[in-house]
Design a protein around this ligand. Structure first.
Ligand SMILES: *[C@@H]1O[C@H](CO)[C@@H](O)[C@H](O)[C@H]1NC(C)=O
Length: 249
């Protein structure tokens, strides 16, 4: 009798712990905000000397040794009052650092050595977080090569979510901040799936304050949460075929 009681108690205890274990995913991190601070950048113009920026890696799976690379550029004015925008490029497997050159505060000059200011930079209105996801893209890596060969959209959403939860531990000032996810092209798949993951796992007290999504140049007509890269190629194939036929008529 006592034995049964003790067994049920432990059972209940572990059931109660389960959601925490699967939702929180706080992983011990070797990196720190201080170490990630960018203090100098070659060729940075004087007008951008005060730019507050950070770059580094966040471990998303310590068994497989997976780590995602990010680049944060804070807003040039009143950063604490501005929202956080996560930017994702598409591909699949294209680096989001491409977006940094598109919407970020500087562009690379034709000499290939200096940077010049992009006066239309989004960091006038928001704090910009560029994320290279999944593992295998850009500086994001996994110490188990076979893992990288098994990338898919669901895994990408899962590891990007784990990244966010752990990144917010390194930058707690962004907890509960208005949060947007933006991007282009194949990110039209990454973005809604990451948003879905955030919404599904949001528990009372969740610190990710998702406000909106922005997708540029994506094929929304065929957006399907379960579509794979291969299906997408097929869809684009159909579209191209259709456009070609239109062109020859
Ligand atoms: C991957 O392996 C390298 C070399 O052993 C190690 O320095 C690094 O910390 C590992 N990365 C992760 C995320 O575990």
């Amino acid at each position: 009798m006592a034995c049964n009681f003790v067994a049920s108690f432990f059972c209940l205890f572990f059931i109660a712990l389960l959601p925490l274990a699967s939702f929180a995913k706080i992983i011990p991190q070797p990196g720190s905000k201080q170490a990630d601070k960018i203090t100098a950048l070659p060729g940075l113009p004087q007008t951008l000397a005060q730019l507050s920026q950070y770059a580094g890696s966040v471990v998303v799976n310590n068994k497989l040794g997976s780590s995602l690379f990010y680049y944060l550029i804070e807003s040039s004015t009143l950063s604490v009052k501005k929202p956080l925008v996560l930017w994702l490029n598409g591909g699949p497997l294209v680096s989001s650092l491409m977006g940094l050159i598109e919407i970020g505060p500087y562009r690379v000059a034709s000499d290939g050595k200096t940077l010049y200011e992009n006066i239309y930079s989004w960091n006038k209105a928001a704090n910009l977080l560029f994320l290279e996801t999944p593992v295998g893209v850009g500086f994001s890596y996994c110490n188990k090569t076979s893992e990288m060969q098994q990338n898919n959209d669901a895994k990408t959403a899962d590891m990007s979510y784990t990244f966010l939860v752990n990144w917010l531990e390194r930058f707690p000032e962004y907890k509960n901040r208005d949060f947007y996810i933006a991007g282009e092209s194949y990110a039209g798949h990454y973005i809604p799936q990451l948003a879905q993951t955030i919404v599904e796992r949001a528990m009372p007290g969740s610190v990710i304050n998702l406000k909106g999504l922005l997708v540029r140049v994506s094929n929304f007509l065929h957006l399907n949460f379960k579509v794979s890269a291969l299906q997408l190629i097929k869809i684009y194939g159909y579209l191209l075929n259709f456009l070609c036929r239109l062109g020859t008529q």
